[in-house]
Design a protein around this ligand. Sequence first.
Ligand SMILES: *[C@@H]1O[C@H](CO)[C@@H](O)[C@H](O)[C@H]1NC(C)=O
Ligand SMILES: *[C@@H]1O[C@H](CO)[C@@H](O)[C@H](O)[C@H]1NC(C)=O
Ligand SMILES: *[C@@H]1O[C@H](CO)[C@@H](O)[C@H](O)[C@H]1NC(C)=O
Ligand SMILES: *[C@@H]1O[C@H](CO)[C@@H](O)[C@H](O)[C@H]1NC(C)=O
Ligand SMILES: *[C@@H]1O[C@H](CO)[C@@H](O)[C@H](O)[C@H]1NC(C)=O
Ligand SMILES: *[C@@H]1O[C@H](CO)[C@@H](O)[C@H](O)[C@H]1NC(C)=O
Ligand SMILES: *[C@@H]1O[C@H](CO)[C@@H](O)[C@H](O)[C@H]1NC(C)=O
Ligand SMILES: *[C@@H]1O[C@H](CO)[C@@H](O)[C@H](O)[C@H]1NC(C)=O
Ligand SMILES: *[C@@H]1O[C@H](CO)[C@@H](O)[C@H](O)[C@H]1NC(C)=O
Length: 444
Amino acid sequence: MEFFRSTILIVFLLSCFSFSATDAFDALDPNGNITIKWDVINWSPDGYVAVVTMFNFQQYRHIQAPGWTLGWTWAKKEVIWGMVGAQTTEQGDCSKFKGNIPHCCKRDPTVIDLLPGTPYNQQIANCCKGGVINSWGQDPETAVSSFQVSVGSAGTTNKTVRVPKNFTLKAPGPGYTCGPAKVVKPTKFFTNDGRRVTQAMMTWNVTCTYSQFLAQKTPTCCVSLSSFYNDTIVPCPTCTCGCQKNGTQHGNCVDQDEPHLASVVSGLGKNNYAPLVQCTSHMCPIRIHWHVKLNYKEYWRVKVTITNFNYNMNYTQWNLVVQHPNFDNLTQLFSFHYKSLTPYGAINDTAMLWGMKFYNDLLMQAGPLGNVQSELLFRKDMSTFTFEKGWAFPHRVYFNGDNCVMPQPDSYPYMPNAGTVWKVSSLKLVVTLMLSMAFFFATV
Ligand SMILES: *[C@@H]1O[C@H](CO)[C@@H](O)[C@H](O)[C@H]1NC(C)=O
Ligand SMILES: *[C@@H]1O[C@H](CO)[C@@H](O)[C@H](O)[C@H]1NC(C)=O
Ligand SMILES: *[C@@H]1O[C@H](CO)[C@@H](O)[C@H](O)[C@H]1NC(C)=O
Ligand SMILES: *[C@@H]1O[C@H](CO)[C@@H](O)[C@H](O)[C@H]1NC(C)=O
Ligand SMILES: *[C@@H]1O[C@H](CO)[C@@H](O)[C@H](O)[C@H]1NC(C)=O
Ligand SMILES: *[C@@H]1O[C@H](CO)[C@@H](O)[C@H](O)[C@H]1NC(C)=O
Ligand SMILES: *[C@@H]1O[C@H](CO)[C@@H](O)[C@H](O)[C@H]1NC(C)=O
Ligand SMILES: *[C@@H]1O[C@H](CO)[C@@H](O)[C@H](O)[C@H]1NC(C)=O
Ligand SMILES: *[C@@H]1O[C@H](CO)[C@@H](O)[C@H](O)[C@H]1NC(C)=O
């Protein structure tokens, strides 16, 4: 049975890592995607009015401030007469228009959401959140974003209209790849009382998927480990997310006790896609620390701490995904929300954790407030439970949907009396080796 299980695990890991470098496949969220639905709700004299809705169907990858940016290329000579609930970043060259001037004349418009507080007459449902979209797993109600667009110089029937091409979604950096727009069955809309149904003139869908390897070449988070049974704190691997510059000059990091720290940091003030990290040996914006804290007769307890080393980012609605075989017997969890992720039905070993609203759903920028923590209480399943072979440590950790780099398995803290030889099952060693190799190859 054990062998069978491990074999499944290997096949599973193999498949996910052979895909991840090229495709956007995520083994823990195999169907995760953002679907952009474009509903033509009305034909106009020279085009149409459409409601564009983005559904973030991903379980745990959300879009945080400064929000999404959506672009596309018009198939013909379309212009945007007006928008509600969003705007284009540039108007472009509208010099051939007299009188009525379009909102945007660019062939490849770039659209951004409006900010909260937009006057009501410029809003539509699910708009105006500064481009922030929650994940489906965290809150489906806020995992949607919409705007309305009036398109001119376009076709005015479903035979003459051309779907836009080359959709690009930034969140706000790279990472998403969008497929072509596909004409689908027109959406049906129900009135509030559910007694009447109307339908779109025409609908097309675009599916966008995420790949961490497109988003950034280097990892963005790392894991450190400790336990009550061994004094060793296993740090994040050195240079996980970059190396400190040699000598007195710090390339891309800020020293914690630098005299100018306050001025450097206060000058930022807004979330920025490019991290500015505190100087550490790992140089990661985020570190997750997993501490095996206590051992009871029937239970054991873990303390998880997420530390923000990034001065450029207040992480809103952050989330953590952790894979550990004992999650099917999670008994208690403090101050985080929990949801089990079971993309493969029977295997209940993956948890999504996120903060509580107004309490710890905001992970503050680097500094004294830049951390959140929780404790997990697991009930031991005596047939599998052990403190040996690093079993008490997680297999995989994601922060905001990005895979965090684990320390080398042979460095894990071990039980003093577990013998001097590191007894790893060869299977596990192979798996872990493959994991590190996969990451190595993916990052070079
Ligand atoms: C996108 O996600 C939804 C919800 O998980 C799923 O039903 C749909 O099949 C996905 N689309 C693609 C093209 O993967
Ligand atoms: C256009 O509309 C007609 C009738 O309304 C429908 O039969 C046809 O399938 C539609 N064509 C497309 C491409 O949607
Ligand atoms: C769409 O993008 C591809 C590749 O980037 C490019 O070759 C093509 O010309 C673009 N199409 C349009 C209509 O811009
Ligand atoms: C198009 O997207 C909408 C919203 O996600 C979804 O309900 C619909 O099933 C999709 N249609 C197709 C054919 O994928
Ligand atoms: C820094 O530079 C010195 C001399 O150039 C070298 O000996 C040392 O190994 C370097 N340290 C790191 C961390 O690269
Ligand atoms: C993070 O939030 C604090 C308090 O609201 C604010 O002072 C700071 O400027 C914010 N930092 C960033 C990078 O947005
Ligand atoms: C997974 O296990 C946890 C802890 O026992 C339980 O709360 C959760 O409902 C389980 N999820 C599924 C899908 O079985
Ligand atoms: C642990 O969870 C599994 C699956 O939910 C269940 O079959 C088993 O009885 C649980 N073990 C304990 C000790 O609660
Ligand atoms: C604690 O674990 C480390 C491995 O990380 C090992 O080198 C050390 O000997 C262990 N300490 C004890 C007291 O066993």
